[in-house]
Write a protein that binds this ligand. Structure first.
Ligand code: CUA
Length: 315
């Protein structure tokens, strides 16, 4: 799986919606460049002519270049961009995968429907999707306005409390595409990222089936994992976090079932690994100022390591 960290993601489309935006962008960039160069050339020509004592019919040029040309160019661009804009769809296409995404402060709650049981599968900050299949996102927010933008896959869409907006995305090739909250939403707005992970259909189905299962770390797991679970329970992490099969119910913070399978933690702020998870738990507010989770620097090294090991084992 390639990580697509391109210089200008908007101009490196990986799906039809982003393709249309990239095409419009190129037309605008090329058109604007041509008009600019043309205008500068005319200016140079006029100056040159004046210096030679020649006459420039300025009224004619003003009317032509200042009125007629912009009118023609802007009208053409208006209809062209209308024609090229991704169609807005009130109902999802028949073959679409429906995923709901809720903006939180400052992370993303993502919900899938289990195709087998119909139950809801909740995860966080990672939008896994099958390649080549339209994905119909239902976007909302819990507290304030956020905006979802994954430049390589499509345009942005606001997430507004109390309503559901829709966005139709499709990935044409497998990869990891970084998304970002695109509406200022408070202190940790800049660290409210998510990653769209486009996978081959079979791979995606296997992933979803895995996510549907409760966390593998049950009470019967190895002794070393039991220590981590004891820290999770002793520190009352379940007041905010759900780990299916261990502690269920709270939706205040990200669902941590299978958190070990995610590529990033803290909404795309850190890569997911034991070192990073430990750093995150011990230095929450250095890593992500404004984050609503308290720091766990007060835990002993042993307890931190056990907790990190237990969380990482939940794949
Ligand atoms: Cu959420 Cu900015």
């Amino acid at each position: 799986m390639s990580s697509a960290s391109t210089l200008v993601p908007v101009l490196s489309p990986a799906g039809p919606a982003a393709q249309a935006i990239a095409e419009v962008s190129w037309v605008l960039i090329t058109g604007a460049t041509l008009l600019f160069v043309g205008t500068m050339a005319l200016l140079a020509w006029a100056l040159f002519r004046k210096r030679r004592g020649g006459e420039v019919r300025s009224l004619w040029w003003l009317a032509g270049g200042g009125l007629v040309l912009p009118l023609v160019v802007l009208t053409a661009l208006f209809f062209y961009s209308l024609h090229r804009a991704p169609p807005w769809k009130a109902v999802p296409p028949a073959d679409a995968l429906v995923i709901s995404v809720t903006g939180r402060m400052w992370w993303w709650e993502i919900r899938y429907r289990d195709p087998v049981s119909g139950a809801t599968i909740t995860t966080a900050n990672e939008l896994r999707m099958p390649v080549g299949r339209p994905v119909y996102l239902g976007l909302s927010s819990a507290e304030v306005i956020h905006s979802l933008w994954i430049p390589e896959l499509g345009g942005k869409m606001d997430m507004v409390p109390g309503r559901v907006n829709h966005l139709l995305l499709q990935a044409s090739r497998a990869g990891v595409y970084r998304g970002q909250c695109a509406e200022f939403c408070g202190e940790a707005h800049a660290r409210m990222a998510l990653h769209a992970v486009a996978m081959e259909a079979g791979e995606f189905d296997a992933w979803l089936a895995g996510q549907a299962r409760p966390a593998v770390v049950s009470s019967s797991s190895a002794v070393s994992l039991q220590a981590g679970r004891a820290v999770f329970e002793g520190q009352k992490c379940a007041v905010c976090h759900t780990v299916r099969g261990v502690a269920e119910g709270s939706k205040l913070g990200p669902d941590l079932t299978h958190v070990g399978s995610r590529l990033f933690i803290a909404s795309g702020t850190l890569k997911n690994g034991p070192l990073e998870m430990k750093q995150w738990l011990a230095q929450v507010h250095e890593v992500k100022p404004g984050a609503r989770m308290p720091s766990y620097a007060r835990l002993s090294e042993g307890d931190l390591d056990a907790l990190v090991q237990w969380l990482g084992a939940s794949k």
